[in-house]
Design a protein around this ligand. Structure first.
Ligand code: PLP
Length: 390
């Protein structure tokens, strides 16, 4: 048996292990200090009542012979696919239910979609970025090109006509930088992808945090995207499903390469290798799109966004350069005093008892930057701001 040697090329990810080790060591030495954690990318508010009620009702259905459900459609139940379709339609994006595939979250689909593409393809990935894009392509042995996201371009790199790629990753609102592409910028990417004959993999996991109506929340708001893009989305940050697990991927029917339909390929891939999301979870996810569900999740999103605005306001007052915080739960700041990401991490931990995430953990261009998140409690966020402002 020969192993997939590409796994040996993966860099060990020490980021969260190192953070955990440093925080535990500091707390053990200073048991009286109250540490505030603004480093996590996980949500903290519970599932909303509409979701819980729908899941309870589904559990009851599963306990009765007349309403029990066994294997469901691998691509998701129609009630959820139609609800997602209608959600897009509210923003003027017309999708067919057959173009929507329900999954157990965006992370799985982002990794699994690579089954559809040849290992010979060249991949273009922004740096810094959500590390899953890089690692899944290293595992498959693909050549990776990086595009620089930096202070100069506001962490929103645009296409370079001199660079040619086959698979392009975009994440907007971005993790970790919180930066959001506008319509014109996304149009440039769509035009470039169409020009190159590339596929655009668009990660919209944080679309619900976009409040500015001028900013696109889906790549399919951009003309031409149906011929070049796949979109990944998730209930994780939208509705607190990080532990419940549900997401969806949109593969338009127009998406054809070498005469083959990627929609058909993905359906074939999912029906072969995936057996669907639990009925109970899909019922909970569908409840997110009901009027009560929408009202309740927006209350939670607004709670996080108020945290984000408070952190962003503190950065402005302190004269610290940052991106995000307006249409994103992430605040990406330039470490004051020219410190490295890890130096600033140590400073915040030891002097302010605040934990964030060093930007260097997200790629080489993350060095000298730092990520704070709005997913903490209001109380902890405000206390952290007070400590930072002193
Ligand atoms: N995409 C981005 C940019 C993320 O930050 C995350 C999670 O943090 C995901 C995808 C994964 O989402 P899910 O929980 O649906 O797998």
């Amino acid at each position: 048996m020969k192993i997939n040697e590409n796994y040996l090329k993966l860099e060990q990810s020490y980021l969260f292990t190192n953070i955990g080790r440093k925080v535990s060591a500091y707390q053990a030495e200073h048991p009286d200090k109250k540490i505030i954690r603004l480093g996590i990318g996980d949500v903290t508010l519970p599932l909303c009542p509409a979701v819980i009620d729908a899941m309870h009702a589904a559990v009851t259905e599963m306990g009765k012979a007349e309403t029990f459900r066994g294997y469901g459609p691998e691509q998701g139940y129609d009630f959820l696919r139609n609800a997602v379709r209608d959600y897009y339609a509210q923003r003027g994006v017309q999708l067919k239910s057959e173009e929507i595939f329900i999954s157990d979250g965006a992370k799985s689909d982002i990794g699994n979609i690579l089954d559809l593409f040849s290992a010979d393809n060249t991949v273009l990935i922004p740096d810094p970025v959500y590390p899953v894009y890089v690692d899944t392509n290293i595992m498959a042995g693909r050549k990776i090109l990086y595009m620089d996201a930096n202070e100069k371009n506001g962490f929103l790199p645009l296409p370079d006509p001199a660079v040619k790629a086959d698979i392009i990753y975009l994440c907007s609102p971005n993790n970790p930088t919180g930066a959001v592409y506008n319509r014109q910028q996304l149009k440039a990417w769509v035009d470039y992808a169409l020009d190159c004959g590339a596929v655009l993999l668009f990660d919209a996991a944080y679309e619900c945090f976009i409040h500015d109506p001028a900013l696109p929340r889906s790549i399919f708001e951009i003309e031409g995207a149906r011929r070049c893009a796949i979109e990944f989305c998730s209930f994780s940050k939208t509705a607190g499903f990080t532990g419940t697990r549900c997401g969806y991927t949109v593969v338009p029917e127009e998406l054809e390469f070498e005469g083959a339909s990627l929609n058909k390929f993905w359906l074939r891939r999912q029906t072969t290798k995936f057996n669907g999301v639990p009925y109970i979870v899909q019922r909970g996810a569908a409840a997110v799109f009901t009027p009560e569900g929408q009202e309740q999740i927006h209350k939670n999103i607004e709670y996080y966004m108020e945290n984000a605005r408070a952190i962003a306001g503190a950065m402005r007052n302190l004269g610290i350069w940052f991106t995000g915080g307006e249409n994103s739960p992430y605040i990406w700041l330039k470490c004051p005093g020219g410190r490295s990401s890890w130096e600033y991490f140590d400073y915040l931990l030891e002097e302010k008892n605040i934990v964030g995430t060093p930007g260097a953990g997200f790629g080489k261009n993350g060095e000298g930057f730092f990520r704070l998140t709005a997913f903490g409690s209001r109380e902890a966020t405000l206390e952290a701001i007070e400590r930072l402002s002193k």
